[in-house]
Design a protein around this ligand. Structure first.
Ligand code: SF4
Length: 223
């Protein structure tokens, strides 16, 4: 006689091979520095604000000329909105970004003594600074534990089964639960690199992807 249990489909959830995923990412992407050029947290903050919908390469071209002219937020205020717009006009959405940078510089001078704050809560009071930007500044600029989720990180994390989160905050929380704190910054960079190289939004390169053996989505992405 066949028992009911034997006829049931196998619904056992396989444990997530998180160690293998992290090791493979480390082997594939040993370099985890940001591509943005900066020499202090204020420059990083500006570079990240400028990078929305613009390539890092283009941001670097702009900041290469802008940064030697400024030492801190006071210099941005002295520069004024029109000159700043002119400096960053080769950047997408430059008018909005210029406004955010001006307002952020004013707040930094008025409320934070001209320095970039080191808490997410304070950073997120600055115009143009959302949770992702705040997390990048905390982790990259200050070496604090924070995990930033952008479009690549969200897509790759979900495909790898690291998260089923429907929004960036849910993905951030899921990945932070799985990945040791000391690897948050590096994992953020590695997931971005992986999203650009193999796990593209359309037609991901699953056949040649080094994470294929550990990925529940391998070969299943049709669009
Ligand atoms: S196997 Fe495919 S879906 Fe999975 S991480 Fe690699 S490229 Fe992305």
């Amino acid at each position: 006689m066949t028992s009911k249990t034997n006829n049931k489909p196998n619904n056992k959830i396989e444990p997530l091979p998180i160690r293998e995923i992290l090791q493979t990412l480390e082997q594939e992407y040993p370099q985890t520095e940001t591509d943005l050029h900066y020499s202090n947290p204020f420059e990083l903050l500006l570079a990240v604000i400028l990078s929305a919908q613009t390539t890092d390469k283009q941001v670097n071209k702009i900041t290469q000329k802008l940064f030697p002219k400024i030492k801190g937020p006071h210099d941005i205020l002295n520069m004024g909105a029109l000159r700043l717009e002119n400096e960053i006009k080769k950047c997408g959405l430059y008018r909005r970004k210029s406004r955010h940078i001006m307002e952020t510089s004013r707040l930094l001078c008025d409320k934070f003594g001209g320095v970039v704050p080191q808490t997410r809560k304070e950073l997120m009071t600055l115009p143009g600074v959302g949770r992702k930007t705040a997390n990048v500044v905390l982790s990259t600029g200050f070496g604090l534990p924070a995990f930033a989720v952008d479009t690549h990180v969200r897509r790759v994390s979900r495909r790898l089964g690291l998260s089923r989160g429907k929004n960036d905050l849910a993905v951030e929380k899921d990945v932070c639960r799985l990945v040791p704190k000391e690897l948050w910054r590096a994992t953020h960079r590695r997931l971005i690199s992986h999203g650009r190289k193999f796990c593209r939004a359309r037609n991901p390169l699953c056949k040649s992807c080094p994470l294929n053996p550990f990925c529940p989505s391998a070969g299943k992405i049709t669009a």
